[in-house]
Design a protein around this ligand. Structure first.
Ligand SMILES: [Zn+2]
Length: 358
């Protein structure tokens, strides 16, 4: 596409020579980084995560809750929403911009809860949803929901009517149950393959629906640990790069040495960069989106440029922000990443401002 743009006087020219300029990455599913857990709900914690993300090319993200007591969750959401709403005005931090909140829980299937504490998982309830939405005060963006649970479709419809995108996840849904959720307005799948009913050829389950139904996008944790590269290729061949959204599901241990780290009201252990809760259950990742993109290109054999929308335009579209985010175009926010020939991040701009500060 070619278009003419009027260059304002006083514009600063930067010559990155043979390097690549791409839209900044958007992470829809991240719990923390750099030793900080977003459930802390403090400006300090959000700033640490935002700064770390910018170093890896991410220019916007959805702070994501982990299932905790309702009181704790509501409090964290209330604080996060204040920070998000004052971002760029009273809160001035050079780093990735928080766009809104992703609620991972509490309406999850206990059988597929992963590391989310069983004690705090709740039956789907529009009253509980209402409390969360109210605490989010206009910043609720994504709800992870197990659609097969009693009352789930009612919650799904209530969330949709509030403009919240519903992703099916932590779910033991059959194909039929997943299809009913899509008809009710689900448009997305949360960390595809992980914490889902396994695919069997006579019982393909939610994974069968995610792989074959073009109405939904599919999150993928592409660190080579959460999903085997062959399953990544299967997803890429089924959905096409236009409907895959790379996420990190990153935890506070991202960018940190091995050890113990907080996640909501419990701790996780990191060994060799792999993060597990007590009992050995795989938790989120320690990966950043720049690495996810390189992995996805390597695992699938797709050109890097074909993979880029999976971390840029596709998440922007899911949030309905594609006019401003996920692309380099006149009128869009100047959220940019500069990459070298090996697709490592050289510089990041958020809203036209350098965000790394090298
Ligand atoms: Zn999860």
């Amino acid at each position: 596409m070619s278009s003419t743009v009027a260059i304002l006087s006083g514009t600063i020219y930067m010559d990155y020579r043979e390097r690549i300029a791409a839209p900044g990455f958007i992470d829809l599913h991240i719990h923390g980084a750099f030793g900080r857990d977003l459930m802390e709900g403090t400006e300090d914690a959000v700033a640490a995560v935002a700064t770390h993300l910018a170093r890896h090319g991410t220019t916007s993200f959805l702070p994501t809750t982990v299932t905790a007591s309702l009181e704790r969750t509501v409090e964290a959401v209330r604080r996060l929403s204040q920070i998000i709403r004052s971002w760029g005005s009273s809160v001035k931090i050079r780093g990735a911009e928080p766009l809104g909140i992703h609620f991972e829980g509490p309406f999850l299937n206990p059988e597929k809860r992963g590391v989310h504490p069983a004690a705090h998982i709740q039956r789907p309830s529009t009253e509980v949803l209402e409390r969360l939405v109210e605490a989010a005060d206009g910043t609720a963006r994504v709800l992870t929901l197990a659609p097969e649970l009693e009352g789930a479709l009612e919650v799904l419809e209530a969330a949709r009517s509030r403009g919240i995108c519903v992703g099916m996840g932590h779910s033991n849904a059959t194909c039929e149950e997943a299809e009913r959720a899509i008809l009710a307005g689900a448009t997305h799948a949360i960390h595809t393959y992980n914490a889902m009913r396994p695919f069997l050829h006579r019982d393909p389950g939610i994974i069968g629906t995610v792989l074959t139904d073009d109405r939904i996008s599919a999150e993928l944790i592409c660190d080579g640990v959460h999903v085997d590269p062959t399953a990544v290729r299967l997803l890429a061949k089924s959905k096409g790069a236009g409907r895959i959204i790379l996420v990190t599901d990153g935890l506070s241990c991202t960018g940190m040495p091995d050890g113990s780290y907080p996640l909501g009201e419990f701790t996780v252990e990191v060994t060799g960069g792999i993060c597990r809760a007590s009992g050995g259950v795989l938790a989120g990742s320690t990966m950043t989106l720049d690495a996810a993109l390189r992995n996805f290109s390597r695992f699938t054999g797709l050109a890097y440029s074909e993979c880029l929308p999976c971390a840029t335009l596709n998440p922007a579209k899911l949030l309905g922000l594609e006019k401003k985010k996920g692309k380099i175009a006149p009128g869009a926010d100047a959220d940019l990443v500069v990459l070298d020939a090996s697709h490592s991040v050289v510089e990041t701009f958020v809203g036209g401002q350098p965000a790394i500060g090298r």
